[in-house]
Design a binder for this molecule. Sequence first.
Ligand code: THU
Length: 138
Amino acid sequence: MPRKTTLTKARMTELIGEARAVRSNSYSPYSNYKVGAALLASSGKIYAGANFENAAYGAGTCAERVALGAALSAGERKFIAICVCGADDSISPCGICRQALCEFGDITVISVGADGDAARVTTLGTLLPDSFGPGNLT
Ligand code: THU
């Protein structure tokens, strides 16, 4: 029986490292606001994504949903935590990303800056209370 994935201190450090690393691949020439995200799945695997922008502005996507798309495409359906990295730790997932993530578990959300030790930790349920989910459709 595989071990249950939990957010240990070591996993959190790993998640922060991956979010910071992928942020350097952000394609954001219009906002110059680079974001990296790393999503820890219940399988124990980590999926990373960076934001990308486009000359047709609306065609861009946030780092969190790039990471989520990679994870879902790999067959993952349940997540434990996401780390979002911006220039500083004031970053927080936008409303669309909160909604996109919320049907896959009340995950831990960690916000960090490009360097330093500061990390803000909260949960998706705190960021998006009373959310609309699969249960509303039945
Ligand atoms: N962005 C993210 O990738 N994640 C967030 O949590 C906030 C915003 C991106 C979208 C856009 O490419 C740039 O940051 C500026 O809004």
